[in-house]
Design a protein around this ligand. Structure first.
Ligand SMILES: [Mn+2]
Length: 252
């Protein structure tokens, strides 16, 4: 198995190092990762500047291609020719922080996996579901196991798996749940301040998001200390509304 590993926290993140070490036991791993943190930048593509790719030695002695592009740029670069052959699987992560429910629309981690799905390569977006606790050991080992299973069983085209691992010791993990996306509750606030020249500036701030922990959702699974795996496709069509909209008298 040949795995492309990327992330949105930057090439030097502990989450990427942990994933690389665990994946290296089951696969050949190539790293193409951004040079700085792109968390919450969504799915985007650099179109207004050239991209640089540098060969970098990682803290653990491995090597990585580091780019000034976005997480999804990293995947595009890899699939379009930076790697000498097409990977069997793309793994994005392990992200420092959860990507649950509506988070996936902001997530650079999930965006990288989306880019892989668009490029016809199965992908995992993996996140450690905590804002303070950063022991990636269990999540990394699980990622390697899941990568092997996905490689063995394969995913339908255009699908990625969004994986959130609770940040608790192994003995407190209550198993795996296959889930649907839940509903995030954001507590966003607009903070208005003034710069030294009296001009206003704004921060989009607020506390960490909460969520509706409805049974069967990713938010529920993680709240129960279970690993959440949500199959994601990129078709955002609301099928239930198609018939209704067709009944609107919109014809000119
Ligand atoms: Mn991140």
């Amino acid at each position: 198995m040949y795995v492309l590993l990327t992330n949105d926290d930057g090439f030097d993140s502990e989450g990427l190092q942990a994933a690389r070490a665990a994946l290296a036991k089951v696969a050949e791993v190539a790293v193409v990762a951004p040079e700085h943190n792109w968390s919450a930048t969504g799915h985007n593509r650099t179109m207004d500047k050239p991209l640089r790719v540098t060969d970098v030695r990682l803290p653990d002695g491995g090597t990585a291609f580091v780019t000034d592009g976005t997480p999804s740029d990293c995947v595009s670069l890899a699939l379009l020719g930076i790697l000498e052959r097409k990977p069997d699987l793309v793994v994005a992560g392990i992200n420092k922080g959860p990507n649950l429910g509506d988070d996936i629309t902001y997530s650079g981690t999930v965006a990288a996996a989306m880019e892989a799905a668009l490029g016809g390569v199965p992908a995992l977006a993996v996140s450690l579901a905590d804002y303070f606790e950063w022991d990636f050991t269990y999540a990394a080992n699980f990622t390697a196991r899941l990568a092997s299973t996905v490689h063995e069983r394969s995913l339908p085209p255009g699908v990625l798996l969004n994986v959130n691992v609770p940040a608790v010791p192994a003995e407190r993990i209550g198993g795996v749940e296959i889930t649907r996306l839940g509903k995030r509750i954001y507590s966003d606030i607009l903070v208005r301040r003034e710069d030294p020249f009296g001009r206003p500036y704004y921060w989009l701030g607020g506390d960490a998001p909460k969520g509706v922990t409805e049974r069967g959702t990713d938010l529920w699974a993680v709240a129960e200390n279970r690993i959440s795996i949500t199959p994601i496709h990129l078709d955002l069509t609301n099928y239930r509304l198609l018939a209704t909209l067709r009944r609107w008298q919109l014809q000119p």
